[in-house]
Design a protein around this ligand. Sequence first.
Ligand code: MN
Length: 492
Amino acid sequence: MEKRLNKLIAKIKKYNSRADFELIRKAYEFATIAHANQKRLSGDPVMEHLMSIAEILAELKLDSTSIATAFLHDIIEDTEVTKEELEKEFGAEVALLVDGVSKVGLLKLRGERQAEFVENLRKMILVMAKDLRVVFIKLADRLHNLRTLRYLPEEKQFRIAKETLEVYAPLADRMQIGKLKGELEDLAFPYVYPEEYRWLIETAKPFLKKRESDLREAINLLQQSLLDERIKAEVHGRPKHLYSLYRKLLRPEIDREIGKIHDLIAVRILVKSVRDCYASLGVVHKIWRPVPHEGISDFIAQPKPNGYRSIHTKVFGPNGRIIEVQIRTFQMHEEAENGIAAHWHFSEKKEQGISDEKVQKGFFAPNDKLAWVKELVNWHREIVDSSEFLDSLKFDALAHRIYVFSPKGDVYDLPLGATPVDFAFAVHTELGREVDGARINDKLVSLATKLKNGDVVEIINKKQSHPSERWLEFVVTTSAKREILKYLRKKV
Ligand code: MN
């Protein structure tokens, strides 16, 4: 284990030469003593679990405090060590992080009763929104638990895997941590849908074999052609993750026909600049003809909602078989794999090493934090209304937003001072128009009541109700104001 610790430290040194290695070593040693002789159900010592999480976090290039927390995250629950001792030994920041991770762990998102589920989800988001490093640690923890899921009783396997597909993987996706999302899903998949999984493996095998030789041919040809054009590039092949392949097969236009899927294996070109991206696209199309109508998706000009950037093009590749080529810069790649943690890494790279303080600033700067929390909250929202999204961008500090919940557990972020009427319009225009009354945390309240962080808001609606001019005196969101005015004007 000492050897792994040294390797871990070497790995961190590569991206953060000024990390607090003393803190990391101390956390490791403290955990080794506190968890001595404890074993997991797999028979492995607990330290195996802790070290694996630290390694995953180093892979994601997180700061020293997060990595120290990896070693300490189970200590309050599983040993005699108290939160107070931890704070005395490691300071308030580590203690808070450990506490946050344990709290999220205690929440069972698949509560029996709806009310319990909502309550837990609400707590979880509030805990995570306080310090987003909690999310990374929790995701890494979940990933290692899934890797060792086979040792757990069957019933537990199913619950944990299902929770992963429903909550943790979408969360990783929203935070744009592609690396974790794909692996979380692929690990959970066979436990949640065992028969579908077997079907997919059987169906995909022969196709994957054929594609592999195509792939080698494609990579060689591309490398040569890019070199000829003097574009410095790395070219890789990547098999599609199984669960996302499965999801794609279920789309109506695909209808379980694997032959219709063209990105079974994708080729990825990594280059230095955006300009090189477009130059590489030219090279690709010179070698292989683009597929008509399927063509090019330019997520650089128009990034996906979670921030993903890349150019995708489908072409008639080797042997006339369609392949997908993805082109992006190294930075875009880093961001797609490691999530927002990648941003500070690249922006600070010009300087000599990065101080821990700077690394943390990446997590705490108000604007960054707002963006992060937005991701968190958006993730659970079924409908992303883009106009509402733009409205909310006008608020530049976290303090100006509150998070409230529908009785079903959907999360809405609203500006400070928002009322049940604002909430109703945020949920749906229709609902806003029919507001008749409201309950906050099960109590009937006046429509002008200001909502507080974490409130569960229930709108009582009646078909014959309609917006009143009086509402304009207390609503604060643009969408509510606009809709109320629209209604009043129509009436006249
Ligand atoms: Mn754990």
